[in-house]
Design a protein around this ligand. Structure first.
Ligand code: SDX
Length: 427
């Protein structure tokens, strides 16, 4: 909605631009008209640029607010389940009992993968990073589901969404089993979404595996906390890939690839490795010094955020969950002690306060997942599994709004035209 104007004065020319306001958040200058006047804006990393309009998630970085379709993340994490949050993200409203049962049954009934996909795994080395495997097998789903690739067909998009939501836990658990050389465990339709994932991760054909309800609830909460987060790097990647009309499986594979980066979803694995490297409270000051040193590339993994300049509300819930899991398992984790001391120092150190570097969602998740017996190489796989619903919701929203291929401009600072002369001998 445009109810204000901004005037851009360039030389003797005044260009009037609409100022758009949403239901929440900052006003935004609509610069679309600039292109036709021969002007473009420069904003590497899109620190000041909105790429789209969306109704799915809202973040207020200064207030530490995160809403999914208007519902605060702490209420969803404490009072809902991941599958109900998936429904809300995809359809916009909480489901009725009947709607939820239909949704849950559909997801449950599509958790198995095509048996030939299991052979794809055997093309990878056993010690492959599971995110490399996830990128490969997720993209390969397009080779098995030709009946739901017409991105302009809403029903096709819904079928693909269910297939992805249903099969990501199965594929993720298969990555883990493959790395161990253990047999794949088939989904169990009588288990919850999180319970089924834990069962596929830790069960073996030799004996019954009973899912611990505290760990099941903790995993479900971790999935909720990672479900969606506005236009983060991986979601923007999915939207960009989808803007060319690419099929949903290829777009989600692109999102997985982007999430893998240590500055993004790879931070949970990197944060745990950092805590292990610090190893004791006595070593923290040295690492704090390195984090402040401009000439040292070291950063406190699990701290800082492009948007949150206050505490990440997800980290608050994650911290509570961390203590619940460790208490349930009767574990005293030295790394948690390091984490708590690191958090305390960072929250009181002028450098971090001035740069507003608070613990983010990745700071505690690694400790919980490690306590559950999950290797750090699987942390980002679980992040990808959880974020799939957010990627699908944004991909669908982009299609529903009418896609326009993403094609940013650039500031060219290379050579002007010059004549080519090869340095190579002819013939
Ligand atoms: C996720 O976008 C999302 O929503 C992402 C996510 C989601 O759910 O999708 O929330 C998930 O990716 C969480 C972030 C996980 N990443 C990490 O924990 C990695 C460590 N954090 C940093 O790499 C960094 O904070 C970023 C990448 C998260 C944000 O970087 P920005 O916004 O581009 O900020 P910046 O790099 O420009 O840093 C601002 C200043 C810099 O100092 P100056 O150049 O101004 O002097 O803060 C410093 C940085 O050097 N800084 C840090 C720091 N993060 C930023 N210094 C030490 N340790 C850090 N972690």
């Amino acid at each position: 909605m445009a109810n204000k104007k901004a005037t851009l004065a360039i030389g003797s020319e005044n260009i009037e631009l609409d100022v758009l306001s949403g239901t929440l958040g900052s006003e935004e200058i609509d610069i679309r008209a600039l292109g036709s006047k021969g002007y473009f804006t420069f904003d590497p990393g899109f620190t000041s640029t909105a790429s789209c309009e969306s109704k799915i998630t809202y973040i207020d970085g200064d207030q530490g607010i995160l809403l999914h379709r208007g519902f605060p993340i702490d209420q969803l994490a404490n009072e809902s389940t991941y599958l109900e949050v998936c429904y809300i993200l995809l359809y916009g409203e909480p489901p009725t009992e009947k709607e939820f049962n239909t949704f849950k049954t559909t997801v449950t009934r599509h958790t198995m993968i095509h048996e030939q996909i299991t052979r794809l795994f055997h093309g990878f080395r056993r010690d492959s990073h599971p995110m490399a495997v996830m990128c490969g097998v997720t993209g390969a789903l397009a080779a098995f589901y030709h009946d739901s690739l017409d991105v302009n067909n809403e029903r096709h998009r819904e079928i693909a969404a269910f297939r992805l939501l249903s099969k990501m836990p199965t594929l993720a658990a298969m990555c883990y089993k493959y790395s161990l050389g253990q047999p794949f465990i088939y989904p169990q339709n009588n288990l919850s979404y999180a319970g089924n994932f834990l069962h596929m991760m830790f069960a073996t054909p030799c004996e019954e595996y009973v899912v611990n309800p505290v760990l099941e609830r903790a995993m479900d909460r971790i999935l909720i906390l990672h479900a969606d987060h506005e236009q983060n790097a991986s979601t923007s990647t999915v939207r960009t890939a989808g803007s060319s009309g690419a099929n949903p499986f290829a777009c989600i594979a692109a999102g997985i690839a982007s999430l893998w980066g240590p500055a993004h979803g790879g931070a949970n694995e990197a944060a745990l490795k950092m805590l292990e490297e610090i190893s004791s409270v006595e070593h923290i000051p040295e690492f704090i010094r390195r984090a402040k040193d401009k000439n040292d590339s070291f950063r406190l993994m699990g701290f800082g955020h492009r948007v949150y300049k206050n505490y990440d509300p997800r980290a608050t819930v994650m911290r509570e969950t961390c203590h619940e899991v460790l208490n349930e398992l009767g574990m005293k984790d030295d790394l948690l002690e390091v984490a708590m001391e690191l958090e305390h120092i960072a929250l009181h150190d002028p450098y971090f306060i001035e740069k507003k570097l608070y613990p983010n969602v990745d700071f505690y998740s690694g400790i919980i997942l490690k306590a559950m017996g999950i290797p750090s190489s699987m942390f980002t796989v679980i992040f990808a599994l959880a974020r799939t619903v957010g990627w699908i919701a944004h991909w669908n929203e982009m299609h529903a709004d009418g896609i326009k291929i993403a094609r940013p401009r650039q500031l060219y600072t290379g050579y002007t035209e010059r004549e080519f002369k090869s340095n190579l001998k002819k013939g």
